[in-house]
Design a protein around this ligand. Sequence first.
Ligand SMILES: [Zn+2]
Length: 244
Amino acid sequence: MEAAYREAARQLAQQKRCVVLSGAGISAESGIPTFRSKGGLWEKYDPAVYASIEVFRKDPSKYWQIRGDFIRDYNRYQPNAAHRALVELEQAGIVRQIITQNIDGLHRKAGSRQVIEIHGSLREITCLQCGKQYLAPNVPDGTPPHCDCGGVLKPNTVLFGESLPPQALDSASREAQTCKTMLVIGTSAVVYPAAALPSLAKQHGARIIEVNIERAFPDADVVILEKATVAMTRLLEEIRTFIV
Ligand SMILES: [Zn+2]
């Protein structure tokens, strides 16, 4: 593992132009409930009912009910050491872009500037009728909030049955094709299209560094099997020895 940190740090410090792909694993240590894993949100709630655009259009209360449960107190979640390490790497000119599958907004909250949220964000909601945007309120009782115009407000997250925002996808794919390193943190290779980004990067000459609890990317050149906060703190220390 020692050698893996050294190798990853050398790659990042020397090549720069790093694009990060992050998933639920980076936010798990901030206490964000997971969706797909064992004990995750989708074991309790069927996403085909509670997070589908089709159901939402007919009866938005299902979504707002789960949302009340999930983020009753969304603002209490704070970025952790892994999010903060990425802020420092961006400021050092090493990380150029973060592409995240997370909707929790913690990368931006930590202070990262270049963030593509390919599954959208919990932070804002949009009126389905007139398109007006609002900051998301806390809705602990599950009552769907309404716009001034009377329209129902929909989260700016991608629900099941909706396509991903094309602009975000285009940028993510462009970033993957032009980076020198793709640093994959806390994501398994199951949800497309994000799961395809490391291979795309690799095809275009990038090296892949994987930070995960369990290995998920056979294409990875350097693998660090560790929790995100521990791995990123350690990696940051190693990188500092190269850039001093
Ligand atoms: Zn409206």
